[in-house]
Ligand binder design. Sequence first.
Ligand code: SF4
Ligand code: SF4
Ligand code: SF4
Length: 392
Amino acid sequence: MKKSTAKKSNIDDIIKKTNSFLCIDCGECTGSCPVSRVNIKYSPRLIVEKVLLGYFDEIKKDEDLWSCLVCGLCSNRCPSDVKYDDFIRMTRKEIRKHKEQLNYTHNRIIQKSMEIMALGHPLNRLDWITKDLKVASKGKYLYFTGCLPYFDVIFEHLNIKPTDSAKNAIKIMNKLGIKPVVSNKEVCCGRDLLYNGDEENFLKLAKINKQMIKDSGTEKIVCTCPECLECLKEIYTDYVGKLNVEFIHITQLMNEGLKKGKLKLNPLDIKKVTFQDPCILGRGFGIYDEPRNVIKSIPEIELLAMEREKDDSICCGPSAWVNCTNYTKRIQHVRLEQAEKTGAQFLITACPKCMIHFSCALNADDSQKCIKLKDISTLISESMKGKNGKRK
Ligand code: SF4
Ligand code: SF4
Ligand code: SF4
């Protein structure tokens, strides 16, 4: 193995900022990693070791670096507090400088749409807002839609409409007396581009959103996507400065509304469900109880626990729209099997990406799974209406 030709100061920075120098080579990360379980070549421990020993050029050629799901399981368990998610983000940025082409999913259309948004040209992204939804152009609350309007088009073949969950989230907010700002000037949060190593376009998107949030006069941002939530609340702080607003995930808002008696739920035909903890919502923010409380508030519904849940939960699929391989499919297959084993009719998700990736796995020709998927905002909105369709 040859030693690295990458700029030493950049690699030193990665090692220092991610605590990689504290690695004790214990292998807990590789033992915990869902990718390592299906692909024996992939080892987060080895990747960290190679960087520590200066073999950065080896990593540059390693396609598996792009297979990391950024699920946080390894960082959560690392006894030395090595921040592997940050390590991946920073390493990918460094590698991208030397790499012509990544193994993008969907012919790179998702990244292209993000790059177009980063140009800052006016785009019409509010077509999905129907007349029954009460929204504002300025106000205390802002609903951050993220890329859902684009996902409607890109994932039409999966028979899903990600903006349906956005509509239902707004209906819930309206019921709580909130008329959120939904801005045409909003753009993608940029998290996926950052995890593709594209810091330049990420920064452009972050600056546009920061200005949009300032102009809206908002005090509180509601997200349905946990990755948008993490990006706006935490990642932006390092790149464009802290946004002086509060952040809340829709499951927290619904939970508050239920506690205050502002949401009345009715029985549904659905009686048994299970819940997928999204990596960032769970391991990232520790939001485990709120979605469960919300689901259990529906009369006559039983929430069944999956084999691995909460901080032990397994990710739904690839990260940042790169390297979706047969290994990814095996991880999804295992997870959906665990969901099905509970006897639930529906797997409830609280992240649009879980919905997309699992829908894709269930739509595969060889999938024999019967379990169905439902977004948590849609579930609650349906329960507000009840079986006869009348809202209470
Ligand atoms: S779990 Fe942490 S300390 Fe152990 S090998 Fe992995 S990165 Fe190193
Ligand atoms: S973040 Fe998840 S997928 Fe990536 S190395 Fe850690 S455990 Fe494996
Ligand atoms: S699992 Fe996700 S990334 Fe992979 S092909 Fe399906 S939708 Fe695309």
